[in-house]
Design a protein around this ligand. Structure first.
Ligand SMILES: Nc1ccn([C@@H]2O[C@H](COP(=O)(O)O)[C@@H](O)[C@H]2O)c(=O)n1
Ligand SMILES: C[C@@]1(CO)OP(=O)(O)OP(=O)(O)OC[C@H]1O
Length: 185
C-alpha cells in the first residue's frame, strides 16, 4: 500500500519482490527438510534433541543416535543443497562411533554461516509413543538453539504419537522430521 512501504509483512511472491526492492538487496530464502529413524535397544536413557532422557530403552546408532538432531542437521544440509549427514560423517568412519550429535549440527550451522545464511527458523517433530516429549521440549529448544548459535524463539520442537500404528506405534524406534528455513540477505 502506498505510504506503507516500510511495512515488511511478507505473505507472497509480490510482497517478497517488494521487500527486496525496499531493502535494496536480493534475498535468498531456502528451506530444507530432514527425516531420520533409529531403533530402540536395551538401555536406561536416550538422547533426543541434545537432552538426555531417562527411559527404559536407548536408541541404537553409530553415533549417540539423537534422531531429532540428525533430522535437523539434514534439514540444514538440504537447505544448503550440501548432501546429507552420512556424506559429511560416514557411518563407516570409526571416528564418529559414539560421537555426540552436536558435532553434526554445529557443522551444518557453521556451513550455513560460511555460505552467508542465517537460520531464521527450524521445526522438529518427534514421532514416538514414549518417552513423552512435552516436559522436555523447552530444554530441547534451548539446547538446539545454543548449538546452532541462534535464539530459542527460532526453534520449535514438538511431538506426536502414531496412534500405536507402525514401528513407532509398537515402540520399536523413534522417527523424526525437521524443516529449516535459511535466509541470505
Ligand atoms: N512422544 C510424545 C507424543 C505426544 N506428545 C504430546 O501429546 C499430544 C497428543 O499426541 P497424539 O499423537 O495423540 O496426537 C501431542 O500433540 C504432544 O503434545 C508428547 O509430548 N510426546
Ligand atoms: C550420524 C551417523 C554418523 O556416522 O551415524 P548414526 O548414528 O548411525 O545415524 P544415522 O542417522 O543412521 O546416519 C548418519 C551418520 O552420519
Amino acid at each position: 500500500m502506498p505510504g506503507h512501504e516500510n511495512n515488511l509483512k511478507i505473505t507472497g511472491a509480490q510482497d517478497f519482490a517488494r521487500a527486496e526492492r525496499i531493502l535494496g538487496c536480493d534475498m535468498d530464502v531456502r528451506t530444507g527438510n530432514g527425516f531420520d529413524v533409529h531403533a530402540f535397544e536395551t538401555g536406561e536413557s536416550l538422547w533426543l534433541c541434545g537432552v538426555e532422557i531417562a527411559h527404559d530403552k536407548g536408541l541404537k546408532g553409530h553415533s549417540d543416535a539423537d534422531v531429532g538432531m540428525h533430522a535437523l542437521t539434514d534439514a540444514i544440509y538440504g537447505a544448503l543443497a550440501h548432501g546429507d549427514i552420512g556424506q559429511h560423517f560416514p557411518p563407516s568412519d570409526p571416528q564418529w562411533k559414539g560421537a555426540r550429535s552436536d558435532t553434526f549440527l554445529s557443522h551444518a550451522a557453521d556451513l550455513a554461516r560460511v555460505e552467508g545464511f542465517s537460520i531464521t527458523h527450524c521445526d522438529v517433530t518427534l514421532i514416538c509413543e514414549q518417552p513423552k516429549i512435552g516436559p522436555h521440549a523447552e530444554a530441547m529448544r534451548a539446547e538446539l538453539a545454543r548449538i546452532m548459535q541462534i535464539e530459542p524463539g527460532r526453534v520449535s520442537v514438538k511431538a506426536t504419537t502414531s496412534e500405536r500404528l507402525g514401528f513407532a506405534g509398537r515402540e520399536e524406534g523413534i522417527a523424526a522430521m525437521a524443516t529449516a528455513t535459511l535466509v541470505k540477505a
